[in-house]
Write a protein that binds this ligand. Sequence first.
Ligand SMILES: Cc1cc2nc3c(=O)[nH]c(=O)nc-3n(C[C@H](O)[C@H](O)[C@H](O)COP(=O)(O)O)c2cc1C
Length: 223
Amino acid sequence: MTHSNFDWIATAQKKYLCRYHYNICKMKAKSIIILILGLIGCSCSKFTGSKEPLYIGDEISSDTTHNVLVAYFSRSGNTEQVATAIAEHTGATLYRIEREVPYPEDFEDCATEAKSELNDSIFPALKDTIADFDKYDVIFVGGPVWWHTAPMPVLSFLKKSGYDFNGKIVVPFCSYANMFPHETLLELVDSTPNSLHPTGFISEKGDTTGIAQWLDDINLKLK
Ligand SMILES: Cc1cc2nc3c(=O)[nH]c(=O)nc-3n(C[C@H](O)[C@H](O)[C@H](O)COP(=O)(O)O)c2cc1C
């Protein structure tokens, strides 16, 4: 990759601080001590992203039946593995989020294009649409961590595709290599502000261990 880790870190550090303060407000933190402790935590974890969840999961009732969609973006298959496992446990429909114009095959070219798309806030057009989107009341949405956040096609799906997420249950998940998974989940949560958000799932490099237990914990293990 032409961009060094320090490039990720410098950009990520800035964004992480913004996210951190936003999250503090969201949780109505009342004490300056919490803020100071948080800033200490931030400075300790600035090279790896937060070790703690950056949002508090909503409670989901266990006695409701759901129509479930798993929407995911995946370049090299890791997130797809997670999405497939979620669908197996929930009986969900799988939907692959694809950019209308695919990213270059070459890793470095892909990374460069993804970075400029992110920097310029470009929401790329997607390949297709979900005709019967309204019938789903639970939408798992996930992707890999790209440049410390969600890839722009995932944000196109959430913010620019005309789907109405209001009142729906949106469950974020992601796969990552070594940094910023919590920030990525928070980006997905922030992108659907009028939805319910149970605790999300983080997978290291596509590892699916713990998925059944997690779905049980959030009352969404349907099968
Ligand atoms: C353009 C690009 C940027 C990436 N940025 C990060 C990052 O900031 N943090 C991280 O932990 N992994 C990063 N990765 C690694 C992927 O998140 C990781 O390999 C993921 O599991 C790939 O999922 P996929 O196989 O579904 O595409 C990046 C990968 C690519 C291609």
